[in-house]
Write a protein that binds this ligand. Structure first.
Ligand SMILES: Cc1cc2nc3c(=O)[nH]c(=O)nc-3n(C[C@H](O)[C@H](O)[C@H](O)COP(=O)(O)OP(=O)(O)OC[C@H]3O[C@@H](n4cnc5c(N)ncnc54)[C@H](O)[C@@H]3O)c2cc1C
Length: 412
């Protein structure tokens, strides 16, 4: 018998959960003051990263941090005013960087991420946009043998878990893709990876399908929960409360206070990321390509070339820093020297991130019918559909398809 499920947050994670639940016959309500898919999920690099089991912090990463912070074009920035605030989160991140911890994280993330394309396809098919789930592979590009060698552990972690990796060098790189800079020394191909060439169109298609299937979109913020006898009876909003048999917390970077209201304190931060969207590009890479040095992706999208990435630790409220997008623009021209383009659209979004690079997925401590599904950091598009399968099983009281113990809020 179908349940009434209230989902807080209509980003790609909430939408995927709603889609999976509706597919299984449940009645869903999506609660979000913003239109579906228009927050962090709007501007990502579009990669369906089956192989992204490698956490943000690796052994010795901290040694690179001062250099990154001093380099205005580096992949990490922390404004001085936020340095003290972020210090405890960085300390937790540092504590997850031993080789043993990194292997444990990779073991937890790999089963979640590797099913992304299989989990996305039926949802995209049902939403009428199967063309938005592609599996053409993607690549990491390096400008020096030193940078290539610096990522050896990441490659090893992937290969140990069965990820296929091909390495091209010298002229073979230009043969593979003549648009790429001749200065590249190594191109690491991951042919089993996927991408979505228009993440916002995917979100909107899911939302339209949900509404057509009877879902309600409640355009208000959730403000808390009415918990009675260890169950959420109603989601409180700034208007009428929403009655529900089960509740999913999928409010991205804003999930911490909602999780706290359900008994779980989590060190959720936002890793702010940026993109530039270049209209009418004269060249695009044949598959998404990430700069090994700059840690940004250049992804061919339906509406142009998107260059997305970088991490800025500055919280939820500071205005965007336009210099971060200048870095991406310069990076695009470095990767694709022949690039000429039309208008440039600049964007900043809030990745919801836990310091151990793992999301929070599982039952809330204070309410048996409340389920957390947030904190997917750099891989929220990838993990959304696999997370939805887990969440739907939990709503139905069935065992999740993979071990979710490593994602428990109680780990903090
Ligand atoms: C530059 C960049 C590049 C990226 N590239 C990739 C990539 O290539 N592949 C990949 O897999 N991931 C990528 N990501 C990460 C991915 O975009 C995120 O992990 C993902 O969008 C998070 O989705 P979400 O649904 O959890 O959060 P969001 O999309 O942020 O949605 C959360 C929603 O919750 C709502 N909300 C907040 N508070 C409340 C409340 N109180 N009540 C109701 N609603 C509320 C918000 O309005 C919002 O709509 C990238 C991110 C960035 C920034």
């Amino acid at each position: 018998m179908g349940q009434r499920v209230a989902i807080v947050g209509a980003g790609v994670v909430g939408l995927a959960c709603a889609a999976e639940l509706q597919l299984r016959g449940h009645a869903v309500a999506l609660i979000d003051p913003r239109p579906p898919g228009e927050y962090c999920s709007l501007g990502n690099a579009g990669c369906l990263s089956r192989a992204s089991c490698v956490p943000l912090g690796l052994p010795g990463s901290w040694r690179k941090v001062p250099g990154w912070l001093l380099d205005p074009s580096g992949p990490l920035s922390i404004p001085p005013r936020y340095a003290l605030r972020i210090a405890p989160w960085l300390w937790r991140l540092h504590r997850s960087t031993s080789l043993a911890a990194v292997r444990r994280i990779a073991d937890a993330l790999h089963p979640l991420l590797t099913t992304t394309i299989d989990a996305w396809r039926p949802l995209a098919q049902r939403a009428g946009v199967p063309e938005l789930i592609r599996q053409d592979g993607y690549a990491f590009a390096y400008e020096s043998a030193t940078a290539f060698a610096g990522d050896a552990l990441g490659r090893a972690l992937r290969e140990e878990r069965g990820v296929r990796i091909d390495v091209l060098q010298g002229p073979a790189i230009r043969e593979f893709d003549p648009a790429l800079a001749p200065s590249l020394t190594h191109l690491v191909l991951l042919p089993e990876q996927g991408h979505c060439p228009n993440p916002l169109r995917l979100s909107r298609a899911l939302a339209s399908m949900l509404v057509a299937g009877g879902a309600s979109l409640v355009a208000r913020p959730a403000t808390g929960f009415d918990v009675r006898g260890g169950r959420v009876a109603r989601v409180l909003t700034d208007g009428d409360p929403i009655e529900a048999d089960a509740v999913v917390v999928a409010a991205g970077a804003h999930s911490a206070p909602l999780a706290a209201a359900l008994g779980d304190r989590v060190p959720l931060e936002t890793e702010r990321g940026y993109h530039v969207m270049l209209a009418a590009p004269s060249v695009v890479p044949r598959i998404p390509v990430m700069s090994g040095e700059g840690k940004y992706f250049a992804t061919p999208m339906e509406e142009g070339l998107r260059v997305a990435g970088t991490v800025e630790l500055a919280g939820l409220h500071a205005p965007p820093d336009p210099s971060r997008t200048d870095v991406l623009l310069a990076g695009a021209k470095r990767l694709l020297p022949g690039l000429v383009h039309g208008t440039v659209e600049r964007w900043m979004g809030h990745r919801p991130s836990l310091p151990d690079s793992k999301p929070v997925i599982g039952h809330a401590r204070a309410a048996v019918n409340a389920i957390h599904a947030f904190g997917h950091g750099h891989v929220g598009l990838t993990a959304a559909a696999p997370t939805a399968r887990i969440v739907a099983n939990l709503v139905e009281g069935r065992a999740p398809p993979i071990d979710i113990a490593p994602f428990a809020a109680a780990r903090f």
